[in-house]
Ligand binder design. Structure first.
Ligand SMILES: Nc1nc2c(ncn2[C@@H]2O[C@H](COP(=O)(O)OP(=O)(O)OP(=O)(O)O)[C@@H](O)[C@H]2O)c(=O)[nH]1
Ligand SMILES: [Mg+2]
Length: 197
């Protein structure tokens, strides 16, 4: 996709605040610091449209980005971040559960895992939860630039096996640093946008 226009629209913590123009939407999911906001910037070739940080817990609201006036990316807070108080974590979790289950315009989910590590229990739970929603899922194994090429296949297999990934769902090896996987993810997203139009 040629990105002609990409803009931050708004941040929401509850459904009444979500954009209501009914454009299709793709949401990110993954633990804190895995690279969700970085992936959005990489896809849009924007350095700092979505705010990133080397410290986990940067994204704290659901942030909506509109692309080519055609669809949205929704950036979300990550899970598994121990350093915020439990009450805050619980409210994030509720906010996310509401968003994932109630958002009718969701056309697909991009679940990120870190290629370097076997998916955590929370990653596994998230994948199961997304399957239950019956939306298209793309699993993105990111930070591929951090391991050597001869380990990619082995690590990809660990991701697939640990998540018990369905053959329906693609695993895309990705790096926001080198842009590896960017074209493949765009192809998947474009196909989903065309599918149900
Ligand atoms: N080497 C490398 N670093 C990455 C990659 N993607 C993200 N990072 C780095 O990882 C850190 C976290 O990235 P973010 O995009 O802020 O992560 P996030 O998932 O949005 O985190 P939260 O908002 O806290 O949930 C930053 O320091 C990024 O520069 C990647 O593909 N390769
Ligand atoms: Mg973020």
């Amino acid at each position: 996709m040629k990105v002609i226009k990409s803009e931050y629209v708004l941040s929401a913590v509850k459904p009444a605040q979500y954009p209501d123009d009914a454009l299709p939407e793709f949401a990110l999911a993954g633990r804190s610091n895995v690279g969700k906001s970085s992936l959005i910037n990489c896809m849009l070739q924007r350095k700092n449209l979505a705010r990133t940080s080397s410290k986990p817990g940067k994204t704290q609201t659901i942030n909506f980005y509109r692309i080519n006036d055609l669809f949205y990316f929704a950036d979300v807070p990550g899970y598994g971040f121990a350093k915020v108080p439990k009450s805050v974590r619980n409210s994030w979790q509720k906010m996310m559960e509401t968003y994932f289950t109630k958002r009718e315009t969701l056309r697909g989910m991009i679940q990120l895992v870190d290629i370097r590590h076997a998916p955590s229990r929370e990653d596994q739970q998230m994948y199961q939860f997304l399957r239950y929603l019956e939306l298209p899922i793309m699993v993105v194994a990111t930070k591929v630039d951090k391991i050597s090429r001869n380990k990619w296949n082995k690590h990809a297999k660990i991701v697939k096996d640990t998540l018990q990934m369905s053959k329906e769902h693609p695993l895309i090896l990705f790096s926001s640093t080198t842009k590896m996987g960017r074209d493949e993810l765009w192809q998947r997203l474009e196909a989903l946008l065309e599918d149900t139009d």
